[in-house]
Design a protein around this ligand. Structure first.
Ligand code: WQD
Length: 339
């Protein structure tokens, strides 16, 4: 019988793509979300894409009673824990909400797991745990630091998992440090649907291409990078989803824990991304270079070799494909899921 996997934050951007990838890999998936930053329409789209009704529980990971009932009903063999807030700027304005939801939600999930003898968890960490990188590419053993409350919650999450594994070797944990997830499923039926003004570059560019916003503000043109704009390791969300499947297989197939980068190892500048998006969409993307955004590093990209060695995982989609798939999603759903 195939393993049952509980996905928290299941209707979010990365989780919904991972849900599909897990189903395709033969797992039984139970999704859980409180829709605090996602749409119930994701479930209809997942049903269409997978040809089966998704198993879903509407609940908040901070609600211990509700979690208890979900664990009792579905008896998951593993958890992939996505449920968290993710906006850096907002985290500085509302630190308590971030610590409560990201750290408290993880603790509640781990406590429910322990009560039910479920000891395998895949955790959404972030390249933000590297703070301001001293040297590139980033290996997993690079120095770690938090430069905002969001980053602090991810660093704490990793620490909690490490301490748990040290206290009880029964626990098997995978912390996945995502670089910059972009793109969408090739169907154009699911994708990123930010509420309000997008914080991140590609969704902003997508909304300019589709005519929802006038121009991209390029944060800084005088960085020590080839064209002066910030360089990041953009990774296709479908590759990232496959990374979760690989991490889960690793946990289910052995006795070890792992902390690993999920990136392509290749950096692209803001202007390279804008040009690639113009190509993919056939639309002009007006932009203006403005002041740097506080807290941004000049460049950031992964050394993804550990994921290849230990998980047998590599990113397969290039920047052009990321832009094409993002554009298909944006074009088919100009107002996101709420259209
Ligand atoms: C990418 C590049 C910007 C917007 C953030 C978080 C990180 C992670 C992912 C999430 C940078 C530039 C951006 C815009 C721009 N967390 N930019 N104009 O900053 O690498 O990572 O998101 O869950 O923790 O920090 O991603 O997409 O915001 O920026 O010029 O309107 O695009 O300066 O060089 P970032 P991003």
């Amino acid at each position: 019988m195939s393993a049952t996997v509980l996905l928290t934050g299941a209707t979010g951007y990365i989780a919904s793509h991972t849900w599909l990838a897990l189903l395709a890999a033969g797992y039984r998936v139970v999704g859980l979300d409180n829709f605090s930053n996602s749409s119930p329409k994701v479930l209809e789209r997942l049903a269409r894409l997978s040809g089966q009704a998704p198993l879903f529980e509407r609940a908040d990971v901070n609600d211990a009673t509700a979690l208890e009932a979900v664990f009792a009903r579905h008896r998951p063999d593993a958890v992939v824990h996505f449920a968290a807030f993710k906006a850096v700027g907002e985290s500085a304005e509302q630190p308590l909400a971030y610590y409560r939801n990201n750290v408290g939600g993880l603790l509640g999930t781990l406590e429910a797991m322990r009560r039910h003898g479920c000891s395998r968890i895949v955790f959404s960490s972030s390249a933000t745990v590297y703070g301001m990188p001293e040297s590139l590419p980033l290996r997993e053993d690079a120095p770690l630091s938090a430069i905002n409350p969001y980053g602090a919650t991810k660093l704490m999450g990793e620490t909690i998992l490490r301490d748990l594994g040290a206290a009880d070797p029964q626990w098997q944990t995978a912390a996945l440090r995502y670089f910059n997830p972009v793109g969408a499923h090739e169907s154009g039926l699911i994708g990123e649907d930010p509420r309000g003004i997008p914080n991140n570059l590609m969704p902003y560019v997508a909304q300019v291409a589709v005519g929802r916003r006038e121009r991209v503000q390029v944060f800084g043109g005088d960085y020590a990078t080839p064209d002066g704009t910030g360089v990041r390791d953009y990774i296709h969300v479908v590759d990232l989803a496959e990374g979760h499947v690989a991490a889960l297989r690793f946990l289910l197939g052995g006795r070890e824990s792992i902390t690993v980068n999920l990136g392509t190892g290749r950096g692209y500048s803001v202007l390279e991304l804008v040009r690639a998006y113009e190509q993919a969409s056939g639309r002009p993307i007006p932009y203006a270079i403005v002041a740097r955004r506080p807290g941004d590093a000049a460049a950031n990209y992964a050394d993804p070799s550990l994921a290849q060695e230990r998980l047998g995982w590599v990113a397969r989609h290039d920047l052009q494909r990321m832009c094409e798939d993002s554009w298909r999603w944006q074009r088919m759903n100009p107002q996101g899921f709420e259209a």
